[in-house]
Every structure is written in C-alpha cells, then in structure tokens.
Design a protein around this ligand. Structure first.
Ligand code: HEM
Ligand code: MG
Length: 336
C-alpha cells in the first residue's frame, strides 16, 4: 500500500495566470482516462494531474489549487470522497474517468470483486441532474453533451448579463444557473424514471453549478464569459489570458452559491417513485445531512474490514471529508 498523507496548506493562493509554461495543453491519448468532471479533465489535459487520468489524493489537492485556487479543505473533501467512493484507497489511486487496468480490486475484495470504477461510474459520486452530462438512465453520463450545453447557452442568452465587449447577453450569472438548474431538474424528473436526488447528490449538483461561476470565471474581474465557459466544458482546456480566482474558493463560498441557486426554485432532496412522482426524503437531522448522506449512507460499511495501511488511509480520507463539513467522523454504513 501507499500511505496517504494530507499535504500541508499551501500559501500559494493568490491570483496568477494559468496555465504556466510547464503545463501546455495536450489532447488525451486513447488510453488516458477522462470523465464527468470538466475541472479535473482540464487539469489532466494540461499535466497538472497525470495525463493518464490516474491520480492520488495528494495530486488532486495540489492540482485544483494550482489550476483553480480551490481551497485546501474543500479539495480534500472532494478528493477524499472520490477516493473512497470510486478509487483504490490502499494504493492511493483514483481514475478521473472509468475503470482502469492500473487500478486493481481492493484488498480482500472489500468493495466487491470488481475493480474500482473511477469517478465516471454512476452512483455514490456521479449522479443525476448534471449540467452537460445526461442522467445514466437516460444517456451518456460521462462525456460532454452538445445538446445540453446548447440548452445552457440558451439560458445565458435569456438570463445572462450583457458583455461590455460584444454587447450581447453572454455573461454567465447566478440568475442563469438558477433558471438552468431548475429546467434540468424538471426535464430529468419527467424523463428519468429512476431519478435520484438525495441530500448528497442534490447539494453536489447545485455545488457544481456554483463551481462554474466561482472557479471558471476569470480571476481578473470575477466574470465568466461564454467563450471562457466553452473552453472548459467543450475543449477541456484553459482559455487564453485566463487567471485563476484571486482567493481560495472554500466550502462556505460554494455553500452560499448552492443556497442562492437552489432557493430561486427550491428542489428539496428526494427521488422518483415508480409512478413517476418526485417523493421528498425525510430530513436526516444530522450534523450535516449532505455529509451524512454522502459519506455515511453512501460509502460501503465494508471499509471496516480494512487493516494496516489500508485502514490508516480510510481513516485519513474519512476525516478529510468530515472536516470540510465541520462534522465528527461517522463510519460508513452503506452497501458495497
Ligand atoms: C462534476 C469530481 C474538482 C467542476 C464532477 C463529477 C465528479 C467530480 C465525480 C460528476 C458529478 C455529476 O455531475 O454527476 C471532482 C473531484 C474534484 C473536483 C473529485 C476534486 C477536487 C472540480 C473543480 C472544478 C469542478 C476544481 C472546477 C474548476 C465540476 C463541474 C461539474 C463537475 C462544473 C459538473 C459538470 C456537469 O454537470 O456537466 N466533478 N471534481 N470540479 N465538476 Fe468536479
Ligand atoms: Mg452526472
């Protein structure tokens, strides 16, 4: 095994141009893993993450700071959750795409006989009501979908701010996300008979919309233009003359974004019933329902069988997830 050590908090957290000369864009090769996260895909295409798309917990934390100025604890929670949900926490390796021959079955086949699926695997992390990927039950939940992105552009046209350069409505705003995210929910609620939008996925999905506004925007003025957004989503490359945000983006900032976007058209946690109605979940009433649903109900209880370095790593990663939410660690109780 490989012992996971949480990296120290870096003080390289100011505005700077990205990418630097050491990180040119290079299209992925046929065996390189890419998946449902435009942020991680972009980082791998520039070599901030290994270009093969197989990364360690530590590499992810460093890369999202370098490239996007994502704050240390938020990065640790996302990377830790990804590793526990869909990676190999014994070897400290997770695929940012699908199953990889470089990532074997967990020791003792603790999470079942199949190798960890990578973050593209549906469930636990990848979930429904994404912006530019379909629900797994409807279509392609991994790759960029032009039709969905065109819909997003329609909402920018209707609800965005006018660009001082073009005079057209092409600045992506909170209002755009408020309307687009609600439209995406309504579509999938009707089209996806097995829609799952429980507390964890619900907040992550709004959080990803807040990521777009807060991490893709140009750090110079904090605004997000349509071409810049397109560079990340469509081409998975940093745009020209782009600066990462000028202060670390942390979970408080993203939580405020989630509330702002969701409160315009509230959609509480729930799931579709067989008769097609959206049934709300009972409140969990824990330290954080999002934390509890994601990291306790959703991760396999079988992690309790880990020993040695594997166990140390599981404990380190569980602590990294709980820390960002300000919650005490509760051991997972979910199915394998
Ligand atoms: C989506 C993982 C960092 C932007 C996703 C998804 C996963 C993921 C699994 C798919 C969820 C779904 O929509 O079903 C991670 C991990 C990160 C990370 C483990 C480690 C820190 C980032 C960063 C950004 C970002 C730094 C932005 C700069 C997004 C966006 C989506 C997304 C915008 C939604 C895509 C869409 O709905 O079409 N991420 N991510 N992520 N991620 Fe990341
Ligand atoms: Mg999805």
């Amino acid at each position: 095994g490989v012992l996971i050590v949480v990296p120290p908090v870096s003080n390289d957290t100011g505005i700077k141009m990205v990418p630097d000369n050491a990180h040119p864009f290079q299209a992925p090769g046929p065996n390189d893993q890419r998946g449902p996260c435009p942020g991680l895909n972009t980082l791998a295409n520039h070599g901030y993450l290994p270009r093969n798309g197989i990364a360690s917990f530590e590499q992810i934390i460093t890369a999202v700071r370098e490239g996007f100025n994502m704050e240390h604890d938020l990065a640790g929670a996302l990377a830790g959750f990804a590793m526990l949900a869909r990676g190999n926490a014994f070897l400290d390796l997770v695929s940012i795409g699908g199953v990889s021959p470089l990532i074997p079955v967990l020791p003792g086949a603790i999470d079942g006989p199949k190798p960890p699926g990578g973050i593209a695997t549906h469930g636990r992390f990848e979930g429904d009501v994404s912006m530019t990927r379909q629900d797994a039950a409807i279509g392609d939940n991994v790759h960029f979908q032009d039709s969905l992105y065109d819909e997003l552009l329609l909402y920018v046209g209707k609800f965005g701010d006018n660009s001082p350069v073009t005079g057209n409505s092409s600045i992506v705003t909170t209002k755009v996300m408020q309307e687009f995210k609600f439209a995406r929910f309504v579509e999938d609620q009707i089209k996806n008979p097995v829609l799952q939008y429980h507390a964890g996925r619900n907040s992550l999905s709004y959080g990803e919309a807040a990521f777009v506004l807060n991490f893709f925007a140009n750090g110079t003025d904090g605004t997000l233009s349509t071409p810049v957004m397109g560079s990340f989503f469509r081409n998975q490359t940093f745009p020209d003359d782009w600066y990462r945000r000028s202060s670390p983006g942390n979970i408080t900032l993203i939580g405020q974004g989630v509330d702002e976007i969701r409160n315009a058209h509230p959609v509480p946690p729930g799931a579709n019933a067989p008769n097609g109605t959206y049934v709300l979940d009972a409140p969990i009433n824990s330290c954080s329902d999002v934390y509890f649903n994601l990291a306790v109900e959703n991760l396999p209880a079988s992690y309790s069988k880990a020993t040695g370095v594997f166990k140390q790593n599981v404990d380190t990663l569980l602590a990294a997830v709980a820390k960002a939410f300000g919650c005490p660690v509760i051991f997972p109780t979910g199915p394998s």
